[in-house]
Design a protein around this ligand. Structure first.
Ligand code: FAD
Length: 162
């Protein structure tokens, strides 16, 4: 059976950052992503100045100095130049994070790899078992790792994207 020290389920921002943190460690790491494209997710891509600064690199973010807020029939233009907001394309962000991982020999990313089953020491992808010592659940809001561990979520949020 194929074997890794750490398996991370999900190549979203959390999973890729986790992999980056493990880069150059003595752990053999596998990131499994069910989609064929990293970052293709409904998301506004809105980021604060703090978030943009954290990336420490130009990621093609678009800057906004004003926010428009409509309350009843009143239109408000809010000046946010002191703390501007940015939007970033999620695929660009994903690509940016993946590029950072390319230099690490110990990290493997596999796309088109949906985890269908989790057992105590292995996951199942395309009917094949892959063994792990540590499993990281970075698989988003309906995480199968969370469900496997029976961690309850009491709060549910609803978001609309257009
Ligand atoms: C409509 C909408 C708008 C949003 N707008 C903003 C915004 O403007 N600004 C902001 O900061 N945040 C926004 N968010 C929130 C933001 O998208 C999330 O906080 C962020 O994506 C969480 O990152 P993550 O890595 O934890 O999970 P995700 O980005 O959800 O990544 C999880 C990854 O795991 C993969 N995966 C799941 N199950 C499996 C499996 N079984 N096997 C293999 N892979 C699997 C998924 O394909 C996905 O790539 C928005 C969210 C929504 C829904």
């Amino acid at each position: 059976m194929e074997s890794f020290d750490v398996i991370i389920i999900g190549a979203g921002p959390a999973g890729l950052k986790c992999a980056e943190t493990l880069g150059n460690s003595n752990k053999k790491v596998l990131v499994l992503e069910r989609n064929s494209k990293i970052g293709s997710k409904p998301c506004g891509g809105l980021m604060t100045t703090q978030g943009i600064n954290y990336l420490k690199q130009d990621v093609g973010a678009e800057k906004f100095n004003h926010v428009f807020m409509n309350v009843a029939d009143k239109k408000n233009k809010i000046d946010i130049r002191k703390n501007p907001l940015y939007t970033i394309n999620r695929i660009d962000l994903g690509q940016f994070q993946v590029t950072k991982l390319n230099k690490f020999q110990n990290i493997v990313i596999r796309k088109d790899s949906p985890v269908k089953k989790i057992e105590k020491n292995y996951v199942v992808v395309h009917d094949k078992k892959i063994k792990f010592d540590y499993l990281v659940g970075a698989d988003g809001s309906s995480s199968m790792v969370r469900r496997y561990l029976k961690v309850k979520t009491n709060k549910v949020g609803v978001a609309f994207y257009s």
